[in-house]
Design a protein around this ligand. Structure first.
Ligand code: FAD
Ligand code: NAD
Length: 461
């Protein structure tokens, strides 16, 4: 029977990163993955393929509608969707193979098959080749998440599907109805809108992007509407049915909508199917997550859990940080994450990024804060790029000036948020950010000016 210091179940960003760090720390590590390719949801059907398509579709849209402003004329252009999909697949392929290479380099044993806990320190791996039992001193569960189901909406992989199908439609849907105005709905809705589809987003709440700062979400809604995406807010979808030539989506108290394709993206839920948690006495919380305490310890001795399968935002970088902190704690007794400084990004156009608390959260907590805001319209680089929609907002403690949150909608917001995240991680004040010299002309100057606006005032507005 094979035995290891650490056995990781799931090779997504939580699991594979933990496995690599544990091997670097000197442990004998193995990782079990049920899919043939490593990298989890993120690499196979999530972050990476969606970003590849967002990039390609944005270029297509720019070539059609943006180049002329730069004095570039294209007489004839057309969409080769097969080539666009093939490029996306190549990007995914190279990254998944890269992880296989890193496993080899770090001498990590890779078991391909489904892992099932079978009592303390024991996991059974099932594959087409049969079953084998593996033992380990420490077991890390990093099994991620799966699409949340909506009663009455049964994905059939044809007209009614999830993000996985929306990453590989064979042609742009004539009319795509997106159920859920969260991150997936807006990212993939944007991809297909740019490639020519009519896109209608149906959102239960009276706003999009729940959890995002409301001022940012409002600005985003206006911009997406201008891009031609149709929104129905305050709209509870009750069902979707596939017909021969179309799909029909039913909505509480409103007329049904007929369309060619339905994308269900009303959230994701932890993946614990067939994991054998009962064999070691782990009970799930009300939302199906594995409860963890200090250093990601579950209620079972020697068993840990990280990533989408536990509490917190379902983000790849959150899973990675947890994976590293977990195995560092196993090896050294200490592992740390600052949950106040985990950024989140929607890769729409413009991008939307934030770190720390929103204005609504600060108000609700009764925290006195100051606010500085600066628009991209007043930034030289944004003007040169021709991308002037949006703003940066910095929120700081009214007494101490410590930065409490930074919210950005605008070009390259996903890159700009890194500076704010680093500042918050080091406990910076808005004045620290405002007094940091930023190269000119660059987009990060908008972050600096927003920080200046918190106290002394911005220069260019
Ligand atoms: P996962 O990546 O889900 O990996 C878990 C792995 O465990 C899977 O490979 C699964 O096959 C395997 N597994 C499950 N059960 C077993 C078992 N019993 N035995 C063996 N293996 C098992 N996040 C971002 O931060 N940025 C983004 O841009 C982003 N874009 C996204 C786009 C889409 C369309 C989707 C769906 C998600 C996106 N996410 C994004 C979320 C991100 O993918 C997840 O937060 C992240 O993958 C979670 O990592 P994880 O390691 O916890 O789980
Ligand atoms: P989400 O939670 O972001 O959004 C789901 C939306 O569906 C919510 O706005 C909700 O109000 C709405 N909804 C729920 N029930 C509904 C109903 N019956 N009718 C109409 N609307 C309804 O979920 P998602 O977009 O599916 O994304 C899942 C997860 O994947 C998220 O947790 C996210 O963190 C992660 N993700 C991250 C990124 C990124 O970081 N760029 C990209 C994609 C996905």
């Amino acid at each position: 029977m094979n035995s290891h210091d650490l056995l990781v179940i799931g090779a997504g960003p939580g699991g594979y990163v933990a496995a690599i760090r544990a091997a670097q720390l000197g442990m004998n590590v193995a990782c079990i993955e049920k899919e043939s390719r490593l990298g989890g949801t993120c690499l196979r059907v999530g972050c990476i393929p969606s970003k590849a398509l967002l990039e390609s579709s944005e270029l297509y849209h720019e070539a059609q509608h943006g180049f002329e402003r730069h004095g570039i004329k294209i007489d004839q252009m057309s969409l080769d969707l097969d080539a666009m999909m093939a490029r996306k697949d190549t990007v995914v392929d190279s990254l998944t193979k890269g992880i296989a290479g890193l496993f080899k380099k770090n001498k990590i044993t890779h078991y391909q098959g489904r892992g099932r806990l079978a009592g303390p320190g024991k996991v059974v791996v099932s594959s087409s080749e049969g079953e084998q039992t593996v033992t380990a001193k420490h077991i890390l569960i990093a099994t991620g998440s799966k699409v949340a189901r909506l009663p009455g909406v049964e994905p059939d992989g044809e007209r009614i599907g999830t993000s996985t199908e929306a990453l590989c439609y064979s042609k742009p849907p004539e009319h795509l109805v997106v159920i859920g105005g969260g991150v997936i709905g807006l990212e993939l809705g944007s991809v297909w809108r740019r490639l020519g589809s009519q896109v209608t987003v149906l959102e239960y709440l009276d706003r999009i992007l729940p959890g995002t700062d409301a001022e940012v979400a409002d600005a985003a809604l206006k911009i997406f509407k201008k891009q031609g995406i149709e929104f129905h807010l305050g709209c509870r979808v009750t069902g979707a049915e596939s017909k021969k030539k179309h799909a029909r989506v039913t909505i509480d108290g409103r007329d049904p909508i007929e369309c060619s394709q339905v994308l269900l993206c009303t959230g994701r839920v932890p993946m614990t199917d067939g994991l054998g948690l009962e064999s070691i006495g782990i009970e799930l919380d009300k939302r199906g997550r594995i409860p963890v305490g200090d250093h990601f310890k579950t209620s079972a001795n020697g068993v840990y859990a990280v990533g989408d399968v536990i509490e917190g935002p379902m983000l790849a970088h959150k899973a990675e940080e947890e994976g590293i902190a977990c195995v560092e704690a196993i090896a050294t007794g200490y592992g740390h994450i600052d949950y106040n400084a985990i950024p989140s990004v929607a890769y729409t156009h413009p991008e939307i990024a934030s770190v720390g608390r929103t204005e609504e959260q600060l108000k609700e907590a009764g925290i006195d804060y100051k606010k500085g805001k600066f628009p991209f319209l007043a930034n030289g680089r944004a003007k040169a790029l021709g991308q002037t929609d949006g703003f940066v907002k910095v929120l700081a403690d009214a007494k101490t000036d410590r930065i409490l949150g930074v919210h950005i909608i605008g070009p390259r917001a996903g890159d700009l948020i890194a500076e704010a995240t680093a500042a918050m991680t080091f406990g910076a004040s808005s004045e620290d950010l405002a007094r940091t010299c930023h190269a000119h002309p660059t987009l990060p100057e908008v972050v600096k000016e927003a920080a200046m606006a918190v106290t002394t005032g911005a220069i260019h507005s």
